[in-house]
Design a protein around this ligand. Structure first.
Ligand code: ZN
Length: 130
């Protein structure tokens, strides 16, 4: 199996879950804080809608919550290696910085994982019609 057929490839590159070709998010908006949450309406290759039904991405909040917990634990461990005693203020500041910096990654990966759970890979889009 080619790397491009792997769900992991498609999830990490936020590609269309059905064909692994089209982009879920417009190019060049990743670290633009007003635009990182904009999504393409549908896949440019196979026409798969990226919001299959209204409110589809509410469930992605659970994935996002898991990421946030991982960030929290990561920050805590990192801090306890760097300083003798981790204070609450330190923890809060470090958390705010990491959550804000990682927000686009968290947001996009959560949505990408979520849609990949529900829509199966059908192969390259030139092998089938919409
Ligand atoms: Zn597609």
């Amino acid at each position: 199996m080619a790397w491009k057929d792997a769900a992991l490839y498609s999830i990490l590159n936020t590609k269309c879950p059905r064909c692994h070709e089209g982009d879920m998010f417009p190019k060049g908006t990743f670290y633009n804080f007003r635009k990182f949450s904009e999504m393409n309406e549908k896949c440019s290759c196979c026409g798969q809608h990226f919001e299959p039904e209204p409110g589809f991405y509410y469930g992605a909040m659970f994935v996002s919550y898991a990421f946030s917990t991982a960030i929290f634990i990561g920050v805590w461990i990192a801090l306890s290696f760097m300083v003798k005693e981790v204070t609450l203020t330190m923890m809060i500041i470090a958390l705010i910085i990491s959550v804000v910096v990682l927000l686009p990654i968290n947001f996009r990966l959560s949505r990408s994982i979520w849609i990949h759970i529900f829509i199966r890979y059908k192969g390259p889009c030139n092998t089938y019609k919409n």
